[in-house]
Each structure stands twice: as structure tokens, then as C-alpha cells.
Design a binder for this molecule. Structure first.
Ligand code: AMP
Ligand code: MN
Ligand code: MN
Ligand code: MN
Length: 284
């Protein structure tokens, strides 16, 4: 059983539309799939129709932004009711916040002699075929910075300007952990902490987060994010069991031109972890 429960479409910062993404996932041999755009549900209906028509098992998905102790976190939500109004409005509020954040990022870059960032990021997004009403995300700003000659590549854009703790890392629009998880659970959804390794936390801080995440109603952690090194997966698998979480896995696919991030391609799932998809709540 191949599960890929983390991927992005043009509804957020991916470059393939939801239907094309599902076709490629099916082609890669994925049996269970979720589209998890950042704070956006626009691609869900199209993804569901295509995934089911190709014989894949599909669950609703989203990657929610949240803040915890001054850090940006990502929470994967699964198997929620797409018609749950409170959850849909909570996401709408974050989308509006994302527009304000995009303007703020552009203002901050303009103050650093990089004018025109919002228009530039929107142009990058349009070129990828994105819906015009979805706000540009940091990767769109990064690609614009490269094309405008401000940085050599995307990695430099994040390292100098957009990454954690830098000018573009504006967190005030993200709900607190409990505020993000509450409406998701009320919509029948399951909360999974995305890529726990990626936050760069010390072991002690990561344990504090897992404790808070469980207390806030978190059900699982993503023990496998793409082709993550085996020792990281083993470490996360141990933490997962210790805290009584279920384990999830996903490629975190965004675009086809990075060979280390392909649909359905992930490091092996730890044999001693219980997969999130056995949770009865997951297969509603
Ligand atoms: P946003 O949703 O606007 O906060 O942007 C976050 C997204 O930026 C993540 O989901 C990744 O796709 C991308 N990202 C974050 N950090 C980096 C990095 N260091 N290098 C490249 N992409 C990154
Ligand atoms: Mn992303
Ligand atoms: Mn993420
Ligand atoms: Mn992601």
C-alpha cells in the first residue's frame, strides 16, 4: 500500500493543477492520496474527482499554517468535511491574512531596494497557471527575486530574506496551534504535525512541541517527509511511538523538476509505527 499524503498544486505553491497532480500520483503507483495545499481548499473537488476516477483512495487534505512559541508550524489536516462552514471560514480568514502578509513582504523588500515584489510574485504565480485569487506564497517571492537578479537561486532567497527568522517570515497572520486544530477537528478532521525535523528545533523543544500538539488534539506526526535521511525517520518514529501518535508520510511534492522530490517517493515507513490511515476517523 503506497500512501502519499502531502503534496501541493497550483492552488498554493505547486506548479501542477490538481487533476494533473492526481494523474501523476496514480502513474507513480500511489494507492492512497491527499492534496494538501497551504491554507487552501480550492483544489479538493477536482483532486477528489480525478483521484477516484483513477481508482485511488482519496481523503480531503490541507496544510495549515500556525504559530507556536514564536515559530511558524505546519499542521496537516485530513479527512475533514469539505462543507463544514466554520472550518471553511477559518481557512478564509487565513487566506485574507496571506494577502496582507504578501503586501507586507513586498513593502519590506521595497525598503531593502527590491521594489515591485508583489507584482513580480503574482507574475510568477500566473506563469505557473495558478488561480488569480490565491495569494502569492514565499516560493513565488523567491522565484521573482531570482528573476529580478536580487539573488542567485531560491535557496539564497530563503537563506537571506524569506526563511525562518528573516524579513519575509511574517507570522502574525497565523492562528495559534489550538486555534488551527480546533476548527479542523470540529469538521471531523485529523491533525498531523508536518515535517517535525524541518523546524530545526533542539530535541528538548521538539518534545515540548509534541506534548503541546497532543494536548491541542493532534493525532499524528509526519515521520516520513519525502526522501528524508533514514536516521531522521528512525528518530521521529521513536518519538511518534513514545508520545502515542499515529505516523504519516508524504512526498511534499511541489514541482516536477526537482528529482529528489517525486510523487510517491519517500524513505521507507518505520515498521514499528502505526499508520495514520488505520484510524477510523481517517476513512470517513
Ligand atoms: P509560505 O506558505 O508562504 O509561508 O511559504 C512556505 C513554503 O516555502 C514552504 O511550504 C516551502 O514550499 C517553501 N520553503 C520554505 N523554506 C524553504 C527553503 N529554505 N527553501 C526553499 N523553499 C522553502
Ligand atoms: Mn510549500
Ligand atoms: Mn510545510
Ligand atoms: Mn508542504
Amino acid at each position: 500500500m503506497l500512501a502519499d499524503l502531502h503534496m501541493h498544486s497550483t492552488a498554493s505553491d505547486g506548479v501542477l493543477d490538481p487533476a494533473e497532480l492526481m494523474r501523476r500520483a496514480a502513474h507513480a503507483g500511489v494507492d492512497l492520496v491527499a492534496l494538501t495545499d497551504h491554507d487552501c481548499l480550492d483544489g479538493q473537488v477536482q483532486a477528489e474527482q480525478t483521484a477516484r476516477s483513477l481508482g485511488m483512495r482519496w481523503v480531503s487534505g490541507v496544510e495549515l499554517s500556525a504559530q507556536w512559541q514564536g515559530h511558524t508550524l505546519h499542521i496537516l489536516g485530513y479527512s475533514f468535511d469539505l462543507g463544514a462552514q466554520d472550518f471553511v471560514s477559518a481557512i478564509g480568514i487565513v487566506q485574507k491574512g496571506r494577502w496582507r502578509r504578501a503586501e507586507q513582504i513586498a513593502d519590506k523588500l521595497a525598503a531593502k531596494k527590491m521594489p515591485g515584489a508583489l507584482e513580480g510574485a503574482l507574475a510568477v504565480q500566473r506563469a505557473a497557471g495558478a488561480e488569480l485569487h490565491s495569494p502569492p506564497a514565499r516560493p513565488h517571492f523567491a522565484d521573482w527575486m531570482v528573476s529580478a537578479g536580487h539573488v542567485r537561486d531560491r535557496a539564497e532567497a530563503f537563506r537571506k530574506w524569506l526563511g525562518a527568522g528573516k524579513l519575509g517570515d511574517i507570522k502574525q497572520h497565523w492562528p495559534a496551534l489550538q486555534e488551527a486544530i480546533g476548527p479542523l477537528r470540529a469538521a471531523g478532521g485529523v491533525a498531523v504535525l508536518a515535517h517535525p525535523w524541518q523546524y530545526g528545533f533542539t530535541r528538548a523543544r521538539l518534545r515540548r512541541l509534541l506534548k503541546d500538539f497532543a494536548a491541542a488534539g493532534g493525532r499524528g506526526i509526519e515521520v516520513v517527509n519525502g526522501q528524508q535521511p533514514a536516521e531522521q525517520v528512525a528518530y521521529l518514529g521513536k518519538l511518534c511511538n513514545e508520545f502515542g501518535f499515529l505516523a504519516s508520510c508524504g512526498s511534499d511534492f511541489h514541482h516536477p523538476d526537482s528529482p529528489w522530490m517525486a510523487l510517491g517517493k519517500m524513505s521507507p515507513f518505520p515498521a514499528d509505527c502505526t499508520p495514520i490511515w488505520v484510524d477510523p476517523q481517517f476513512s470517513r
